[in-house]
Design a protein around this ligand. Structure first.
Ligand SMILES: Cc1ncc(COP(=O)(O)O)c(C=O)c1O
Length: 367
């Protein structure tokens, strides 16, 4: 059998999760899995939300609409775009990774410019789709690179994975606007932003006015539903929208009806909105306490937050993966998130700070 191999490997984070399980079985110790990219402070409590779901409804049992359920797209328009966009600009996807992959395979670019520290899956996905990439150091550097960026796209991640660095909204928007006006395509992939923001946030409304900006979003992080595999793409480019709709159709035959029903209820019903609010409140509180603690104890690698704020759900600490593992903390070395600065990055690790505060303190106090 001949295989079209991509050359992309399995994620280091997944491998590390397996290693932690094996170690735990061997030595009977409980490891704190800060290597994972999921909110672990609390689960979103869905008990009240699912009560009213009619599992016999065609919305759950029959093939869904190719672009996603119109009611869900309308709810996304209300929640993320203050009702000012249109369901014709929104396509429901099977999560953020699927959204990104669809965009990566459809938009014709020479290269995708990624931050110098980037989420490893971006590169894996580009490798599978045979799209070239190049690094940029800081968002403000992009302004001086506009000639070089012609025919390319730039990925913006804020707060980013792995750094958890939040840029100033206005400064970032000015950069994105300049790129957009120069014809550079922007992939705006910021699924952590909505953990802190709600429907009153108008940033997406401002972004949607820029024709070269493609927004990819996910319900994995902001409402903690990584298991449901739901996200969306927003674009005002008709040709792109049409091609994405075709590809999503022949790639999925429609996105899971139950997940769409569930998220629709989270966005539109009183019990859904309450569940989201409670989840966000608890999560954001412990993330803030954790970052404060890491700062005070000198664990936070401040050099990665010059001109930005550490917001999580990740931050970089000045301990190596090995040092943390010796104290039963699972983390991923920062060197796995960069191709250009690997030696420098070995001394640091990315940790997930979306864990109960008392738990994080218990483990880090032993360091
Ligand atoms: C920056 C970023 N974008 C997108 C995603 C994709 O999330 P999902 O496929 O779970 O929606 C992740 C997940 O870790 C991420 O960190």
């Amino acid at each position: 059998m001949k295989i079209n191999t991509s050359g992309a490997g399995i994620s280091r984070i997944v491998q590390l999760g397996e290693t932690l399980k094996e170690l735990s079985l061997k030595n009977g110790k409980e490891y704190l899995p800060l290597n994972r990219g999921v909110n672990q402070v609390v689960n979103i409590d869905l008990r009240e939300v699912v009560k009213s779901i009619d599992f016999n409804s065609p919305d759950i049992q029959v093939y869904p609409h190719g672009a996603g359920r119109p009611a869900l797209r309308e709810a996304i328009n209300e929640e993320f775009f203050q009702g000012k966009s249109s369901i014709d600009n929104i396509l429901v996807t099977a999560g953020g990774m699927h959204a990104l992959d669809m965009v990566a395979q459809t938009v014709n670019i020479r290269k995708l410019y990624l931050p110098v520290y980037y989420w490893g899956c971006y590169l894996k996905m580009l490798t599978v789709r045979q799209v070239e990439s190049a690094p940029y150091e800081r968002q403000e550097d992009l302004l001086g690179m506009i000639d070089e960026l012609q025919g390319c796209a730039v990925l913006i991640s804020d707060p980013s994975n792995p750094l958890g660095d939040k840029h100033d909204d206005e400064e970032q928007l000015a950069i994105i606007r300049a790129l957009n006006d120069a014809g550079v395509v922007i992939y705006y992939d910021c699924p952590y932003r909505r953990l802190w923001a709600d429907a009153s946030d108008d940033y997406y409304v401002r972004l949607m006015q820029l024709e070269n900006v493609i927004i990819t979003e996910s319900f994995s992080k902001s409402v903690g539903l990584s298991g449901q595999r739901l996200g969306f793409i927003h674009t005002t480019n008709r040709e792109l929208y049409h091609e994405l709709e075709v590809r999503i159709m022949y790639n999925t035959n429609g996105i899971n009806g139950f997940a769409q029903e569930l998220v629709l209820r989270l966005l539109t019903t009183p019990e859904g909105k309450k569940a989201v609010r409670d989840f966000k409140e608890r999560t954001v509180r412990d993330i803030a306490l954790n970052i404060q603690y890491l700062k005070e104890r000198g664990f936070l690698a401040e050099e990665f937050y010059r001109g930005t704020d550490p917001r999580g759900i990740f931050v970089i600490v000045n301990k190596s993966e090995e040092e943390l593992l010796a104290h039963y903390i699972g983390a991923v070395s920062l060197s796995f998130f960069t191709r250009t600065l690997q030696d420098y990055a070995k001394a640091f690790s990315r940790i997930c700070v979306s864990v109960p505060h008392d738990k994080l303190v218990t483990y880090f106090d032993t360091l």
